[in-house]
Design a protein around this ligand. Structure first.
Ligand code: ADP
Ligand code: MG
Length: 346
């Protein structure tokens, strides 16, 4: 990826030189950031709020493939997917730490690209970079992001608060990131077999972006606050809708019924899934990496949300014995499973 560009070796800079070089542009904006980079630990002060902390570990070859993920997107996505966990608690994200394991064969210019993505995400979502760790890696690139935020105790939304009769809502649309990934994988295979062929991504921008450039739904947290809706339970959609629904129902000790015809699926996702011989509903249920927010609200809050085009009401919470089900478009009842929901069974 960097063959034709300038290459500065990381060894030339040394660890401290590298950290300084990468983090020099980052300024602290939050009052809660008492001390950022430069001491043995950062110091934060959230006063009367509760602190929220979440970590993700991303490994090359397991969570990302550098043959089609540009490094700038990798940095951006690593931050976004992590902020998404703070938003899923109904919190405000304020700081991150970033830890890197990077091969000394990586040029500085490559690590700079990752940090450009991190910086973009920090600027866009008003996040302070307050620390991290840097090490050489012999086994591919490793990135770990920890995000930190806060919320008033009474605003924090757990997975276990869903009540019978609550409405199940999801933001945005589902399945796009997964179908986007299938397109990227397909083009990679074609490229490996014949490097002369240019990738054919025409008309697929939306789903490629869903895969490479997801956005944490801070706007949904803001919207709920504006509408004075406190969700009874909330989770972000990282592993797939079905799996996240099961987290909510298991932890809340409830059942749930959703309706296939209510699932929000973008037309590009739908058409592309069909082209690839995939069932769009299965992609929406099991695809994952959508980073939308899935939440339950009391029925009395329905009026406040019903006209919002970005929020879909896809079902409702039932008693535990009713199970976790989807009613298909042809009125067939399917049991939802975390993985391997089978469109052809039943
Ligand atoms: P220590 O020896 O105490 O682990 P380091 O030399 O690793 O300290 O880090 C020095 C400072 O730089 C610390 O404030 C640390 O949080 C920060 N830092 C280290 N690596 C990174 C990184 N990849 N991104 C952002 N900050 C970093
Ligand atoms: Mg260190």
């Amino acid at each position: 990826m960097f063959e034709n560009k300038e290459r500065t070796s990381l060894e030339e800079l040394g660890e401290f030189g590298l950290i300084k070089h990468l983090t020099d542009n980052f300024k602290l904006a939050h009052e809660s950031s008492v001390k950022g980079i430069g001491d043995d630990a950062a110091v934060l002060d959230f006063k009367d709020k509760q602190a929220l902390i979440s970590t993700d570990l991303l490994l090359e070859g397991v969570h990302f493939d550098l043959s089609y993920v540009p490094l700038i997107h990798l940095g951006y996505k690593a931050v976004q997917v992590n902020l998404s966990d703070i938003y899923a608690m109904n919190g405000v994200a304020t700081q991150i730490t970033v830890s890197l394991g990077v091969s000394s064969k990586f040029p500085l210019e490559a690590v700079e690209e990752i940090y450009k993505g991190i910086e973009l995400a920090c600027n866009k979502f008003n996040i302070d970079l307050i620390g991290g760790d840097t090490s050489t890696s012999r086994q591919g690139l490793v990135i770990s992001v920890t995000s930190i935020g806060y919320a008033a105790k009474e605003d924090i939304t757990y997975r276990n608060g869903a009540q019978e009769g609550d409405l199940l809502c999801v933001s945005g649309d589902l399945g796009g990131a997964y179908v986007g990934l299938q397109i990227l994988e397909r083009e990679k295979q074609i490229f490996l077999e014949n490097p002369q062929i240019q990738p054919d991504l025409e008309g697929k921008d939306y789903i490629i972006e869903r895969q490479l450039k997801p956005e944490g739904r801070r706007d949904v947290v803001d919207l709920l606050a504006q509408l004075k809706i406190k969700p009874t339970a909330m989770i972000d959609v990282s592993d797939g809708l079905a799996s996240e629904i099961l987290h909510i129902t298991n932890q809340s000790d409830k059942g749930c019924t959703i309706y296939e015809d209510k699932l929000p699926i973008d037309p590009v996702t739908y058409e592309t899934a069909r082209e690839l011989g995939l069932d769009p509903t299965v992609c929406a249920l099991n695809g994952g990496e959508d980073y939308e927010l899935l939440f339950t609200i009391k029925q009395t809050d329905y009026e406040k949300l019903k006209n919002d085009v970005d929020i879909s009401i896809i079902g409702h919470i039932t008693d535990k014995n009713s199970g976790v089900k989807m009613i298909s478009k042809s009125d067939v009842v399917h049991e939802l499973k975390a993985q391997g929901w089978n469109a052809f069974k039943n």
